[in-house]
Design a protein around this ligand. Structure first.
Ligand code: TEU
Ligand code: CA
Length: 523
């Protein structure tokens, strides 16, 4: 239990507090609710939980807009509730990682209220402010992830401020030494409270180019292609800046004073994401782990997995990845990669086995272990500002954030006695925990068996990975590799297609059904 390297190969279960368990009937999940359900989480066989933000927040981006880093939002509970949650998690042998949203705060944070009050107050430079261009337009072409320019005009200061996400999420200025000091103090606050680590939001957005150079290229993008507009820019000036590793070293120096604490940074997407993940997790002096969006998008093929993992392994030296297929930002992977219809149970098992065989630490997202689909929501049900703004081109993130389903006999899935903040998907009820718990063939019990098998086999937790060649009849669709650790080895082969395939390993033929799985020794 005191292994300082516990995070290496660990499985981290992401809890979205608002949607996990409501304890007081207001329809919003809370810390007490989570504490009540930790037995279930520990029973799954994961090593750690990552709690999405529960800090004081106007909830414009459901907690990713923080107005007080060192306090709990009353909707979620109190600091005493948090301490109780942590004590119970530790009693059950679970590590607790919390989300740190350092790149930006809420526009209601006292720091920003002061910063926007004048051009010469003590915090005037804590955020990223700029004069307009002579014609009044924003200083450059930088775009918000959530659509439109990432500059917002402030009529008091008569300047623009930078927001990479919502206008209510002004970007903190990491080039300001006092700002960085204040942020590190908030990190220390939670370390002193006993957390085991942090998931770091938008690590790649910490720094911006102080010369405010425009990103190349700047194609004219039709207004109905707003998501593409973001992706078409080369984001070399508004993120992924060369100052990032320096900050990560300072953060790591602080964490090193708390042995056994660890970080997992969010790197996002883009052509350089795997290289950045390798760089930021290498050298033992920056992040412990990081994850990219490479397997959180639409691509699903043996070649996609092989080439991306191979790229990371090639550049990583001593870096350490964290892989995820689902989280609170993307369409649940069973729906994203496959139509709802045929053989979705087999498909859910295939993806579970594949993910939990990869070299690296693993993030699972609540409900993934139940094989949940993306919930189908009507426009009137949406609350995610990202979805509301980009609808119907993009439906937003509410469909993966609907409440966890515990009880198939309750219309709210046992999530709340009141009216849930997002509808509970009726289609999810048949997959509720109590509907799967004692069914040996359920996806839930498959995850439990896989997690036990992984933790009992060091080759899967710590082993290296080498890819194996061909399959027939469709070579492209079998993804196969060997995990090796100190003389033990485990052959893993996954048939990503729905058709049977035979995988030839040396003289041995391994026959795989459609979506079939072979993990040596696992039944
Ligand atoms: O996400 C960063 C990020 O890149 C996402 O915004 C992603 O591109 C988007 O959700 C599309 O899927 C983090 C958090 O995970 C997200 O929930 C926050 O909204 C965002 O940062 C801002 O804090
Ligand atoms: Ca509640």
């Amino acid at each position: 239990p005191h292994d300082p390297d516990w995070w290496r190969g660990a499985v981290i279960y992401e809890i979205y507090p608002r949607s996990f368990q409501d304890s007081n009937g207001d329809g919003i999940g809370d810390l007490r609710g989570i504490t009540d359900r930790l037995g279930y989480v520990a029973d799954l066989g994961v090593d750690a939980i990552w709690l999405a933000p529960f800090f004081m927040s106007p909830q414009k981006d459901f907690g990713y807009d923080i107005s007080d880093y060192c306090n709990i939002d009353p909707a979620y509970g109190t600091l005493a509730d948090f301490d109780a949650l942590m004590a119970e998690a530790h009693r059950l042998g679970l590590k607790v990682m919390i989300d740190q949203v350092l790149s930006h705060s809420s526009d209601r944070h006292p720091w920003f209220v002061e910063s926007r009050s004048s051009r010469d107050n003590p915090k005037a430079d804590w955020y990223v402010w700029s004069d307009p261009q002579p014609d009044g337009s924003p200083p450059n072409n930088w775009l918000s992830v959530f659509g439109g320019s990432s500059w917002h005009w402030d009529s008091r200061r008569r300047q623009y401020y930078l927001h990479n996400f919502l206008t209510e999420q002004p970007d903190l200025n990491f080039h300001n030494e006092e700002t960085v000091g204040a942020l590190l103090d908030t990190v220390k606050f939670w370390l002193d409270r006993g957390v085991d680590g942090f998931r770091l939001d938008t690590t790649n957005f910490y720094f911006h180019d102080t010369a405010l150079r425009s990103n190349p290229p700047d194609p004219a993008v039709p207004d109905n292609k707003r998501i593409e507009a973001y992706n078409w820019q080369d984001h070399r000036y508004d993120k992924n800046r060369p100052e990032t590793p320096g900050f990560l070293r300072r953060l790591r120096a602080l964490l090193d004073l708390y042995p056994g604490s660890a970080t997992v940074g969010e790197i996002g997407h883009g052509p350089r994401s795997l290289d950045l993940m390798a760089e930021y997790t290498g050298g033992g002096d920056k992040l412990n782990m990081a994850y990219t969006f490479d397997f959180l998008g639409a691509a699903f093929s043996a070649d996609h997995f092989r080439s991306h993992i191979a790229r990371f392994e090639e550049v990583a030296v001593d870096g350490w990845p964290c892989w995820a297929f689902s989280n609170h930002d993307v369409v649940r992977h069973v729906s994203r990669w496959r139509s709802h219809a045929a053989d979705d149970l087999g498909f859910a098992k295939l993806t579970a086995a594949l993910l939990l065989s990869l070299r690296g630490s693993i993030c699972l997202y609540q409900g993934e272990e139940l094989g949940l689909h993306e919930a189908e929501l009507a426009y009137q049900d949406l609350v995610d500002p990202y979805g509301l703004r980009l609808w119907p081109e993009f439906k937003g993130r509410d469909g993966c954030r609907t409440p966890m389903v515990w009880d198939c006999g309750s219309s709210t899935g046992g999530f709340t006695g009141g009216r849930p903040w997002l509808p509970v998907s009726a289609a999810h009820l048949g997959r509720a925990v109590n509907a799967q718990d004692t069914d040996a063939g359920s996806i839930l019990n498959y995850y439990r068996r896989l997690l036990r098998f992984r933790s009992e086999h060091p080759a899967l937790v710590k082993g290296d990975i080498s890819f194996l060649g061909n399959a027939s009849p469709e070579p492209g669709e079998v993804f196969a590799f060997v995990r090796r650790y100190q003389g033990s080895e485990i052959l893993c082969a996954f048939n990503l297609s729905g058709e049977p395939a035979t995988f030839r390993n040396g003289g041995e033929d391994i026959r795989l059904a459609g979506h079939g799985v072979h993990i040596g020794g696992f039944v």
